[in-house]
Every structure is written in C-alpha cells, then in structure tokens.
Design a protein around this ligand. Structure first.
Ligand code: SAH
Length: 463
C-alpha cells in the first residue's frame, strides 16, 4: 500500500486552501461537506469560493501565501496553477509536520484525496494511489450503482441500537452473529423501501428473541470453480465473507483465496495425486469438530463439490450428526475449460450428449466400461484426472473401436492465465502432450466438437 486510508474528523477544525480558482473551490467544497472551517489564501479569490468560505464562517486572505498561514490548521491543500507556490506550500507544511495535498503534483503530497461515494454516514473512498484517475472513476460509477441510496439510513438505524445490543447480548461473537442475522433478514429492504417503523419493530423483535436461538455452527460446502475468480458464484462470494474458518483444496487458486474474509482462519487440506497429506476421514472430522464449536466453516473445493469432489462423503457425516450445511454449486472443470478453450461440449451437428468421466488410475488401470463409451455415437467424453493415464485412455478407446482420427484435446489449467490447449487425435495427442511440458490440473476432451476449437478459441491469456 502506498497510502494508508483513513477517515479524518475535521468538523469545526481549520483547514487551509491555497488558491482562489475553480479547483480550489472543489477541494474547499469537499472540506466543507465534512464540516471544516475553511480558510483560503490567494491574491484573488473567485466569487463562488468566497461565498462558500463565508457560509462556513471561514476566512479569505487575499494575498500571497506565507508560512504563518499554516498556524492553527489541521491540513493544507495547495490548488494554485503556479508550481513554484505549490512547492513552497508543500515544503512549509513538511517543516510544520502538517499533512499536505497538492493538486496534480503527487510528489509534493503527503496525502491524496480519494474518489468519494457519499451515502453518509456510509462513505466509500477509492484510490489508485494516483496511478489512474479514469480507472478510479469507473470503479466509482460501478459502486454508485451497487450501493443503495438509503444505505446511510440503514446505518443510522442500526447505529441507534448499538448500545442496547451491547447491553443485552454479552460476548463479542454473539453480537456479531446477531447483527449478521439481522442484516440477512428483510431489515435492509424495509429501510430501502421507506418502512423505517416496520424495520424498527423487526429489530426490537429480534432483540427480544436474542439468546433464545442456538449458536451452533454450520458448514458451507462451496464450489470455487475452475480457477478464474470471476467465475465464483455470488453466493460463494457471500459465504467466503461470512466464514470463520476455511478448509481449502490444492485446486483453489490464490486469486480465489484472496477473496476470503481476511481474518478467517485458513487450513490447507489439499490432496496430491499419489500422496494424501490429510486423509478424507480427518477432513470430515475437522468439519464436525469446528462446526460443533460454533464456527461457520467454509469447505472450499475446486470446480463443483459434487463432481469428482467427494462432496457427498463430506456431507454424509454432517447429515448423520445433524450439523446444518449448505452445498453451493460451482462451475466444474469440464464446463470452464471447454468454454475457455472454445470447445462446445454439445453441438447440434456434432454431439448430442456429454459424459464426465474419471481417468484416475487404479494400479495401472482405469476402471471404465469402454465398450459402452465407444458404442454411443455423437457423444463428447470429458476425462478428469487423466494426465497420467492419457496414453492408456486413448489406447482403450481405439482398442474398443473408436476411430484413431477422433479429435481430442487436453486443456491445462483452464480459465487461468496459464491455460494451454493441446489438440490432436486419439492417435497423436499423447505424443503431443509429452512434448508440451504440461502441468496439472488438466482435462481431456474427446469428440468431434474438439474441431471447433480452431474457430472458437477466444481466450488467449498472455503469460
Ligand atoms: N470438483 C472438481 C474436480 C475435482 S477432480 C470440478 O468439478 O472441477 C480434479 C480434476 O479436475 C483434475 O485432475 C483435473 O482433471 C480437473 N480440473 C480441475 N480444475 C481444472 C482446471 N482449471 N483445468 C483443467 N482441469 C481441471
């Protein structure tokens, strides 16, 4: 971080603005909105700025800046179009140990103004540390549309119950739980639709009931998708913000982990192919133990938890013990990789069905009904966990009568910056892959649809 974001209380405090034009006025307006008493120094002060300053009982000094102008001020903003004067102000502030902002000269600033989304008392500040004001403006526009206009009223309403909640509900985490449950209820909608009385009734009802509901934990079994964090579901993101503890797999990318609530405890229970560092039973036990201790436990898995994810086994024990859980689907590797590789899994002209299969080697075999697989025409086959068995899979398909020239593709780390697609046929793919320095995870797609990759490959990550 180049700058520490802070919210400064300048109500009733003197803030100095050096400069008398339009830009100075804009900064002065912002300071006035936060309740400052603005003092302006400039040989000429434009009328609108003067009016503004007078309206907050500030002061205009119509002359050049002097060091002594800083006396009694808490911050200073230099907004003149003379770089020499701006530098003078910055140096004087530096000597006085006073925070200084110089408009458009970041090297002279000790603080910068963020873009502000003001839904007071809720205030959002956005900054690119001076790198790209246009990017910041775009982010601000997006946030403007996402943050309800009445969120300030909601904050006021909740704030008015803080003391009472503190008195009635002992223990920090119980209080947090109370507020979270309240915010999950219809209280926000009531406030946003102007029904504040009903919202207050609801809060009071909840307060009266508090302590009666049990504080048992819960497990969220969540699919994190194939890698690209933009492919997380909204629900996954919401639960990632709620969890107290996260158990995650090796397949969950760092970009996705970065979206977990920062103070959540993280436990890596990733399994490798041959060597299982944490056995499945132990993971199941951990889920139970943590949930029983009242934690909200996020079990984050690559792809979809119910597709080759052993999700069923994990919730089986939870269900037996009566521990509440939710299962959130994710985009499975087959969908993610196929879309990002431009290979439609089904297609009117080429494929009327698709099968997800495991290519996992048991000893030196993959246990599948090859005869039946090959018997079905116009079908796409997708093999998970098939890198080590690629040669075996291609040989079995050919051996059971599938044409050697059937198109086949291998997608490495699909949907991520490291995505790589190798295409060939059942005959050629194993050798092509061998030459390509491929890294797990990979998926194999077999069928006529693979031909479409050449035409549809839209995702070209630059490494
Ligand atoms: N539950 C997961 C699958 C877990 S099995 C899902 O629904 O996607 C692990 C296998 O998934 C890997 O061996 C690989 O075949 C596949 N896989 C997962 N993520 C992948 C990715 N980004 N690119 C290619 N294959 C992936």
């Amino acid at each position: 971080m180049d700058f520490l974001p802070l919210f400064l209380n300048i109500r009733g405090r003197r803030c100095l603005v050096v400069g008398g034009g339009e830009i100075a006025r804009r900064k002065a307006e912002l300071l006035c909105r936060a309740g400052a008493t603005v003092c302006v120094v400039a040989p000429r002060v434009d009328e609108p700025l003067r009016k503004l300053v007078m309206s907050v009982n500030g002061e205009c000094r119509e002359r050049e800046f002097r060091d002594s102008d800083l006396e009694g001020a808490v911050i200073v903003v230099a907004a003149t179009n003379e770089r020499k004067i701006n530098r003078l102000v910055s140096e004087a502030a530096g000597r006085a140990g006073m925070p200084v902002n110089v408009v458009d000269q970041p090297e002279l600033c000790s603080f910068i103004f963020p873009a502000v989304i003001d839904r007071s008392p809720v205030v959002l500040a956005v900054s690119s540390s001076g790198r790209s004001p246009v990017l910041v403006r775009q982010i601000k526009e997006q946030l403007e549309t996402m943050i309800p206009g009445a969120i300030g009223s909601l904050a006021d309403l909740l704030g008015s119950y803080r003391d009472e909640v503190k008195q009635r509900i002992g223990g920090f985490s119980s209080r947090v739980r109370f507020w979270e449950r309240l915010l999950d209820s219809e209280v926000s909608e009531l406030v946003y639709s102007g029904k504040e009385d009903e919202a207050r009734q609801l809060v009071e009802q909840r307060l009266a009931q508090s302590g009666k509901e049990s504080d048992s934990g819960e497990v969220y079994l969540v699919g994190a998708g194939p890698g690209d964090p933009d492919l997380l579901t909204l629900r996954a993101l919401r639960l990632m913000q709620k969890a107290d503890v996260v158990l995650y797999d090796r397949l969950v990318s760092p970009e996705i982990l970065a979206r977990i609530r920062p103070d959540a405890e993280r436990i890596h229970v990733g399994k490798q192919r041959q060597n299982h560092p944490i056995p499945q039973e132990e993971i199941n036990d951990m889920l139970i133990r943590l949930a029983k201790a009242g934690k909200r436990v996020l079990r984050l898995k690559g792809g979809d938890p119910f597709i080759f994810g052993r999700g069923g086994e994990e919730i089986e024990t939870l269900a037996e013990k009566g521990i509440p859980f939710q299962v959130i689907p994710g985009i499975t590797a087959a969908s993610g990789c196929a879309c990002y590789a431009g290979i439609p899994l089904t297609h009117r002209d080429h494929s009327q069905s698709v099968r997800f299969l495991t290519g996992h080697l048991k000893g030196d075999r993959v246990d599948l009904n090859w005869q039946q697989l090959v018997g079905e025409k116009n079908q796409t086959l997708v093999f998970y966990m098939g890198l080590a068995s690629l040669g075996y899979i291609c040989a079995e398909l050919k051996g059971h009568g599938m044409a050697a020239e059937t198109p086949a593709a291998l997608v490495q780390q699909g949907t991520t910056r490291n995505q790589k697609v190798v295409t060939g046929t059942l005959e050629t793919l194993p050798a092509l892959v061998e030459k390509s320095n491929i890294k797990a995870p990979t998926i194999i797609i077999v069928g006529d649809v693979v031909k479409l990759h050449r035409q549809f490959a839209w995702f070209q990550p630059t490494r």
